[in-house]
Design a protein around this ligand. Structure first.
Ligand code: HEM
Length: 493
């Protein structure tokens, strides 16, 4: 085939560029390869041959031909479960239905239960000297700048706590170790998916590394946490969960209603039994569904929240005053007298913050995503991709290319989406952070609400600054799974 003409690009990532991270120019390298040899380039990665499909053919792969590009098989292969010969289709459909039918349609009830979990967790922040700032206790409040080395962990715990409420319900959220179990599973699953394949020292032996990485993530983190942490607590309370799920199934559900996802799943998969073999197999099925949802939800939301926080702190002179004014007008002006009571309706009105979140996700530099596996040989442009090939989309290219953004694709403009009326959850071939087509993330509305709650919880109570006003991107290939590293300093606002 004839190579496509080479196009000049503006900078693919937000400033500042990482100073020490490996592969700082990875997106430019993919651009160059796709411009020169596209519309498909084959890249040896993770012991596989990944087929990267140019942005001009993304609609074909994600929207127009889902029969040839399987999400289910791609996800199983990504998690190193491809060796299982079982058809994963039904299982993945169960996960999709559980989230798609019970999260977005019940968002207002969910946010009402979930927001206090995040706020409470972030009310008091642990600092480098072991003390806390925030909370109501005046003698431990800090009025001077203090370093907070593990704000990522504290945000992770807050989001994990929110997901405990969503998936298991408030009774389990009262046990603080459950959020830690959720966070551990989320990190383990991210490791299992090969997040560190480009930055681990010995990943140059990709097949051996993939095997060892999968073994250690599964055997040392995921399985023990599920078997000894999450499963026993759920087994003990299964009768109450099933009764709640069955009761909810019999009522006509309204927007404000909230039933934990585990309860809904038990009602669907246990055939009304809470003991016996059918109940046990239904219970195990629901447990694995919950683990998959933990994987899909916690880690990516935390990473996106940290990205947005770091960028907003870095650009605070330009953007934060307007965002704070928007908080005041939405939360104080609603007449309910309690600006800390967040609702889905109020969060949806935060259009400037929404725009900022979208712009951070558009420009943070995600290299590849939207994994699919071909089910048969497929023609893409002049090439034929063989059956069973792993396919990925070049996210950053699609989200910044002149074809989609003219000359301004590499320029960060935090409030442009508010002016254009495009929400952070609105997907398209030019914005793929949440995927596209039939399998676009069914939890994205909740994810964006979670991020808004985290930012409000932190920036309405604390002044935050970045040491040297800079941060490092430790993994330039996996910016959606690895958060930027920053030294954050806080003081009570
Ligand atoms: C910022 C946070 C999040 C990001 C960036 C994100 C991104 C994505 C992406 C890229 C996909 C694959 C789409 C595709 O390949 O076309 C996906 C799928 C999925 N996401 Fe999210 N997600 C986030 C949060 C969440 C949350 C909070 C939930 C659950 C409440 C969730 C549930 C799912 C599920 C179940 C799938 C599987 C696909 C399906 O069932 O249709 N995600 N997500």
């Amino acid at each position: 085939m004839s190579p496509e003409p080479k196009k000049r690009r503006t900078s693919p990532s937000p400033s500042p560029r990482p100073s020490k991270a490996p592969f700082p120019h990875v997106n430019a390298a993919y651009d160059e390869a796709l411009d020169k040899y596209g519309p498909v380039v084959v890249v040896p990665r993770h012991g596989r041959r990944d087929h990267v499909i140019d942005h001009r053919y993304i609609r074909q792969a994600l929207v127009e031909d889902p029969g040839s590009f399987s999400f289910e098989k791609g996800a199983a292969e990504l998690l190193n479960l491809g060796f299982i010969s079982l058809d994963n289709t039904a299982y993945i459909h169960d996960i999709h239905n559980l989230v798609a039918k019970n999260v977005q349609p019940r968002l207002s009830g969910i946010v009402e239960h979930l927001a206090p979990a995040i706020q409470t967790q972030l009310d008091r922040i642990e600092t480098a000297d072991g003390t806390t700032i925030g909370g109501s206790g005046s003698n431990e409040e800090k009025k001077s700048w203090v370093e907070c080395p593990d704000l990522f962990d504290q945000i992770q715990l807050a989001v994990a706590q929110a997901m405990v409420v969503l998936i298991l319900g408030e009774s389990h959220a009262a046990n603080p170790t459950m959020a830690k179990h959720f966070a551990a599973v989320a990190v383990g699953m991210a490791d299992l998916a090969g997040t560190h394949e480009s930055t681990h020292a010995w990943s140059r032996l990709p097949r051996l590394w993939a095997f060892w990485n999968a073994l250690t993530a599964a055997a040392l983190i995921i399985l023990p946490t599920i078997l000894f942490g999450i499963a026993p607590a759920l087994w003990k309370t299964r009768h109450a969960h099933l009764a709640n799920g069955l009761a909810a199934a019999q009522q006509k559900q309204r927007q404000g209603d909230f039933t934990p996802l585990f309860d809904v799943a038990l009602a669907q998969h246990c055939g009304g039994q809470s003991s016996g073999l059918a109940a046990l197999s239904g219970f195990l099925h629901c447990l694995t569904l919950c683990v998959s949802i933990i994987w899909a939800s916690v880690h990516q939301t935390v990473v996106a929240a940290v990205w947005t926080l770091v960028r907003l702190v870095q650009e605070q002179d330009e953007y934060l005053p307007a965002i704070r004014r928007e908080w005041e007008s939405v939360f104080d002006g609603d007449g309910d007298g309690d600006e800390r009571r967040l609702s889905a309706k109020k969060l949806s009105q935060l259009v400037l913050l929404d725009s900022f979140i979208r712009e951070v996700m558009r420009t943070r530099g995600d290299t590849l995503g939207c994994v699919r596996q071909t089910t048969r040989p497929v023609q893409v442009g002049p090439y034929v991709i063989p059956a069973k090939a792993m396919c990925m989309m070049p996210i950053s290219r699609a989200q910044q290319h002149p074809d989609n953004y003219g000359t301004t694709g590499g320029v960060f403009d935090g409030f442009q989406w508010q002016k254009l009326g495009r929400q952070a959850t609105q997907v398209g071939p030019d914005f793929l952070t949440f995927g596209l087509g039939k399998w676009a993330c069914p939890g994205r509305q909740l994810a964006v609400h979670d991020i808004k709650i985290v930012l409000y919880a932190l920036l309405s109570r604390f002044d935050i600054r970045l040491s040297k006003n800079t941060f490092l991107i430790p993994n330039t290939i996996n910016t959606a799974s690895v958060a930027p590293v920053a030294i954050l300093q806080l003081k009570q606002a």
